[in-house]
Design a protein around this ligand. Structure first.
Ligand SMILES: C[S@@+](CC[C@H](N)C(=O)[O-])C[C@H]1O[C@@H](n2cnc3c(N)ncnc32)[C@H](O)[C@@H]1O
Length: 291
């Protein structure tokens, strides 16, 4: 059978699809990037058996916002690029500033749990890296009175496909090799054929959930640490600020926010104060009356 050639994407079609994407995901596709919509939605045209991007758009508008077509659109437009222990900052901050405090408070009975949120977890490398760092810290420091179960890691993403991989916790050699130090591979993974799989002790520390950052955060509860890394870059300044506001309200007193290596909370300085940890930075929310 002859492969179908993908139709042309007109300016009007680009405008319609770009608006739909921003409305449903917050992701801003710049005017110069029509090729992104054309290339990422080409396979959807084929799968849906439609002839034009207008038809795809009409179908998407008529479809349920949480139905399979919208899910495929979300999967196609999101960039799920991630790696193990991405950037040095989060792991340094966890080991030297946050975990010593959390563990001291846990073992002295000043708290009984620590809640951590990986707010755009993609295929799971970020929350699993957090879980490995916690287990390693507790074991290496010989903290017998601190149980890893005291740490609740909630990991969310908008992409169903990314979450499916994350939940499975099994990675091919290519994904496994990206940033994973051999000592962690030996300690926290099991080999099965051509893939390696996160051990149950690490998997059980993370709870995956579908969540769109455009939604209200109210039902998620409060967190001691929020990692919101390499996702706000896709949003408009207005949406970024709205999400910063929601993050500030979702942090416990003294709670910490860690952003991506090249990101800052610039524009939200009324909400957060910057904390230095070695040569790395994290943020804490200012008191409501100070904002
Ligand atoms: C580049 S990955 C970053 C993954 C990880 N945080 C890291 O830094 O390696 C960006 C992730 O943000 C997710 N994303 C995009 N828009 C989102 C939204 N509105 N709500 C929740 N997640 C979103 C994408 O599905 C993708 O998995």
């Amino acid at each position: 059978m002859k492969a179908r050639t993908s139709p042309e994407l007109s300016n009007d079609e680009f405008e319609l699809l770009r608006r739909l994407v921003e409305e449903r995901t917050g992701i801003l596709v710049s005017e110069r990037k029509s090729y992104l919509i054309a290339s990422r939605f080409a396979s959807l045209i084929e799968e849906e058996g439609v002839d034009t991007f207008s038809e795809l758009y009409t179908r998407a508008r008529a479809a349920a916002p949480d139905g399979p077509l919208m899910d495929r659109i979300v999967d196609a437009i999101t960039t799920n690029e991630t790696l193990w222990f991405r950037d040095d900052g989060p792991w340094y901050i966890l080991r030297t500033a946050l975990l010593p405090r959390y563990c001291a408070e846990l073992s002295e009975g000043r708290r009984n749990r620590v809640r951590i949120w990986s707010a755009a977890c993609s295929t799971g490398q970020e929350p699993y890296s957090v879980a490995m760092t916690i287990r390693e810290f507790i074991q290496d420091e010989g903290l017998v009175s601190v149980k890893p179960e005291a740490f609740e890691i909630v990991a969310t993403d908008i992409s169903p496909q990314a979450l499916e991989i994350a939940r499975r916790g099994a990675y091919d050699q290519m994904a496994a090799s990206r940033g994973l130090p051999p000592q962690y591979a030996d300690r926290f993974f099991e080999s099965s054929g051509s893939t390696i799989e996160v051990v149950p002790a690490i998997k059980s520390m993370v709870r995956f959930q579908r969540f769109n950052l455009q939604q209200s955060f109210a039902l998620l509860g409060r967190f001691d640490l929020i990692l919101c890394r390499n996702v706000l870059i896709y949003f408009s300044n207005e949406l970024k600020l709205e999400i910063f506001r929601k993050i500030a309200s979702a942090l416990c007193p003294e709670g910490a926010l860690i952003l991506g290596g090249s990101e800052s909370a610039q524009g939200a300085t009324r909400l957060f104060q910057m904390v230095r940890s070695g040569r790395h930075l994290y943020y804490t929310a200012r008191l409501e009356q100070e904002r």
